[in-house]
Ligand binder design. Structure first.
Ligand code: PHE
Length: 337
């Protein structure tokens, strides 16, 4: 029995078999236990002899089982250590860093330029009252010019603002007739448009408003000239085309020499050499008056530009929807600019 057990135990290579063999030989119904249990039937002379042999066999088996168990335990530990080994000399994994969204980047740049000219930044609500969005900007109810900006109405008196111009009115109100007023107002605006490559129901504008004594159209033109040169490069020129807005008189649309070709003519400027970038004008006297400024004493200018449009021109982007689709391949291009 001893040699059989020892032979079997020697070849054991996994803990499960070892346990099975332990039960087979030393367990309650094991071979050795059987023998010890049968001892009662033996004579008084035989009993100590057989007992001694049986005990020897038992301790021999126990010993080898112990050794094997020890060995398996060690093997297990080693395997674990091997698996958990850390190579401290490996280079670290690069952290993926987020970047500033191109639109926020452009808004930041525009703000910097105007802050440098002594403007401050003002903001207003995106859910706006009809009064600020239209009425106080000389767009009374049923005015045909309201059609220019198809709106999302919430109630009769509340709508998603269609431009940042209501912040002009709110600023005038807050300034209570004080001058100078010199603000830019960035923010989201909403219009009922079907989205396509050049339209979005939601986009960003930056409004500018200056009020003081003797503010003239030449101040407006000089300001915008300075702005485009800082924004698009020192060679950039502007031209003003007569236009119409109910809240400015006279009104103009402003073009810059093409950012891509410098005015030589390319696909982006449709070979005209010019790109339209904003609307502007001298603040309409009625608007000044409704804002608490006497048009006899004060004058001012205002302008409004689309941030997406500026970004599209500056970076040669072909579809406004890129700004909102969160495609990492698009966004990553601006991470390091
Ligand atoms: N609010 C006008 C628009 O959204 C832009 C504008 C602003 C024009 C200020 C003149 C003065 O089209």
């Amino acid at each position: 029995l001893k040699s059989e057990a020892l032979a079997q135990l020697k070849d054991v290579s996994d803990p499960q078999t070892l346990n099975d063999l332990r039960v087979k030989y030393l367990g309650k119904k094991g071979a050795l236990t059987e023998i010890l249990r049968g001892m009662g039937a033996l004579s008084a002379e035989e009993r100590p002899i057989i007992g001694q042999v049986a005990n020897e066999v038992r301790s021999a088996i126990e010993q080898i089982i112990d050794e094997k168990q020890q060995f398996f335990l060690q093997q297990e530990t080693e395997k674990r250590l091997q698996a958990e080994k850390v190579d401290v000399t490996l280079p670290g994994r690069p952290l993926r860093q987020g970047g500033v969204h191109p639109l926020n980047k452009v808004i930041g740049e525009i703000e910097e330029i105007f802050l440098g000219m002594g403007y401050r930044v003002a903001e207003g609500p995106e859910v706006e009252m009809d009064y600020y969005n239209f009425e106080a900007l000389n767009l009374p109810k049923n005015h045909p010019a309201r059609d220019m900006q198809d709106s999302f109405y919430i109630t009769e008196e509340l709508l998603m603002r269609t431009h940042t111009s209501p912040v002009q009115v709110r600023t005038m109100e807050a300034m209570k007739g004080e001058v100078p007023v010199k603000v830019i107002c960035p923010g989201k605006v909403y219009r009922r448009d079907d989205d396509d490559a050049t339209h979005s129901f939601q986009f960003n504008q930056i409004e500018g408003l200056v009020i003081g004594k003797n503010i003239r159209m030449s101040d407006l033109k000089g300001t915008l000239q300075q702005f485009v040169q800082e924004m698009f490069g020192p060679k950039t020129q502007i031209r003003l085309r007569p236009s119409f807005f109910p809240f400015t008189e006279p009104s103009a649309e402003v073009d810059v020499t093409c950012v891509q070709c410098g005015g030589d003519g390319c696909r982006m400027c449709k070979h005209t050499g010019w790109l339209e970038i904003l609307g502007c004008g001298m603040v309409q006297p009625k608007v000044l008056e409704m804002g608490g400024y006497d048009p006899q004493e004060y004058s001012g200018f205002a302008f409004g530009m689309g941030v997406e449009r500026i970004a599209i021109l500056k970076y040669g982007i072909d579809d406004i929807r890129h700004f909102y689709s969160n495609d990492m391949r698009f966004l990553k291009q601006f991470a390091r600019l």
